[in-house]
Design a protein around this ligand. Structure first.
Ligand code: NDP
Length: 487
């Protein structure tokens, strides 16, 4: 299986190669096959991408918002038309099963483009009455924005950054994770076909050093990163040195609290979605599942039974529900946490190691794993694993569980299951998390702002809030009278 792009980078409306950069491979995690070989961007390529973005941005900023919206909506239509092709590429690049990629990746990217395309013509300023004189505000673009993506949702992340940036009249240079480099290039093709001027959306490939060079480039105004907390700290420090605006979407160790009156089947469904979807490689996952002791046994029995129904297998087969992990380093990391949980004394309810899948001897598969009797201080309960490892913790008291849920430096998301609406509000009010779900988990519609409290991030993506982070407000005072002065 090959998914070799025409060239590694997409700059100024066309594919470009940079032979001087380090070569790297995209590997299909189900088989270990190389599906594409690309080159990392060298300095000349990075400069060319930023230069083309500077030129493209001037044209794009002068394009009427209605027209900008039309281009984004057309790109959404094209993504939908090509959903199967894009989903297959995403499955090859990430290993996520087609059952997921057909509905969650290019499809959610299309929704984001459509949403911001729809907002385009509504982004107006204010008229402020100053008693005779008045002031106006207008929302202006920042200029060239850099997007840096993680490997778990490659095309969705590219769209979540490109759509709000472009609708505000910015240009973007996007660097995908070198683990999953392919679909950002397809997005660039689609945007050009939809009528985006050349240079407004560019893709350069590479490792962290390419990301860092983009962040420090003098013609870049802003950086938006999706990645881990340590990378976020490095990017924030570098951006700070150059006083660049920053949006950071980082990791989490989110709590999912299940009270004794919860609908157990729904709570189990949510815990499964919150830990095993995308083989657990989701930043907002509810990996600390606090279950009230009154329903603990019933919950664990159903969870274990239903986890046994997971179908590990060929990711291209639409009946497969759990694919491999994305890469060998990720596999090693997840397996080490599975062993650590047992060493730390947590009770293994199911899973606990690598999984062998017939016909996929080299696949990076692991068993969906549940640990019960997990203590708050265990490393499996404190550190982001980014794999299908669920920690179930006991609780009896509402105030106690809220304080334990908040006892982390992360703050990306949280969930509460209860039929008592007042308790649900009371608890979510106290949870230190950017997104809280009541009686569901991990739904991130584009209309709803998404982002982290504490070390899980800075800024918000999606919703109207996303506009704030890709534009700046200019105030214009209009004097309607004379000008007084002291002398
Ligand atoms: P990393 O933090 O390792 O990498 C993220 C991106 O940053 C990659 O493109 C990476 O390049 C690049 N990068 C690395 N070092 C630098 C640097 N010094 N300067 C600029 N760019 C750099 O994350 P992963 O790709 O491993 O993704 C997993 C992480 O992402 C998890 O922690 C997860 O929680 C988080 N995440 C957060 C989401 C959110 O919305 N909050 C959503 C999805 C994931 P390279 O790949 O070459 O290292």
């Amino acid at each position: 299986m090959r998914a070799q792009p025409k060239a590694s980078h997409f700059i100024d409306g066309r594919y470009v190669e940079s032979k001087a950069g380090q070569s790297f491979k995209s590997i299909y995690p189900a088989t270990g096959e190389t599906i594409a070989t690309l080159n990392s961007a060298d300095e000349e390529t990075i400069n060319a991408a930023v230069e083309s973005a500077v030129a493209g941005q001037k044209i794009w900023a002068a394009t009427s918002p209605v027209e900008r919206g039309r281009v984004l909506r057309k790109a959404a239509d094209l993504l939908r038309e090509r959903n199967r092709e894009l989903s297959e590429i995403e499955t090859l690049d990430t290993g996520k099963p087609l059952q997921e990629t057909l509905v969650a990746d290019a499809a959610s990217g299309a929704e984001c483009l459509e949403y911001y395309g729809g907002l385009a013509a509504t982004l107006t300023g204010e008229h402020i009455d100053l008693g005779g004189s008045f002031a106006l505000t207008k929302r202006e673009p920042l200029g060239v924005c850099v997007g840096i993506g993680a490997w778990n949702y490659p095309i969705q992340i590219a769209c979540w950054k490109a759509a709000p940036a472009l609708v505000c009249g910015n240009a973007m240079v996007f660097k995908p994770s070198e683990v999953t480099p392919l679909n950002a290039l397809k997005l660039a093709e689609v945007l050009i076909e939809a009528g985006l001027p050349a240079g407004v959306f560019n893709v350069v490939q590479g490792f962290g050093d390419v990301g860092a060079q983009l962040v420090s480039h003098p013609d870049v105004a802003k950086v938006s990163l999706t990645g881990s907390v340590p990378t976020g700290a490095k990017v924030a420090a570098l951006a700070g040195e150059h006083l660049k605006k920053t949006t950071l979407e980082l990791g989490g160790k989110s709590p999912l609290i299940i009270f004794e009156d919860a609908d157990i089947e729904n709570a189990v469904s949510a815990a499964i979605n919150a830990n095993f979807y995308s083989t657990g490689q989701i930043c907002s996952n509810g990996t600390r599942v606090f279950v009230h002791t009154a329903i603990k046994d019933a919950f664990l029995a159903r969870l274990s039974e239903r986890t046994g129904n997971a179908v590990l297998g060929d990711p291209m087969n639409e009946t497969t529900s759990v694919g491999p992990l994305v890469s060998k380093p990720q596999l090693d990391k997840v397996l080490s946490y599975m062993s650590l949980g047992q060493e730390e004394g947590a009770r293994l309810v199911c899973g606990g190691g690598a999984a062998s899948v017939p016909n996929f001897p080299d696949g990076l598969f692991v068993q969906p794993t549940v640990f019960a009797d997990v203590e708050d201080t265990m490393r499996i309960a404190c550190e982001e694993i980014f794999g299908p490892v669920m920690c179930v913790l006991d609780f009896d008291d509402e105030a106690d569980v809220v304080s334990r849920a908040n006892a982390t430096s992360f703050g990306l998301a949280a969930g509460v299951f209860t039929k008592d609406i007042q308790r649900a509000y009371r608890v979510t009010d106290q949870l230190q998390a950017g997104t809280c779900w009541i009686n569901t988990y991990n739904l991130t519609p584009v209309e709803m702002p998404f982002g982290g409290y504490k070390k899980s991030g800075i800024g918000r993506e999606n919703g109207h809030a996303g506009i704030e982070y890709y534009s700046q407000v200019k105030s214009i005072y209009v004097e309607m009278d004379g000008v007084e002065s002291a002398f």
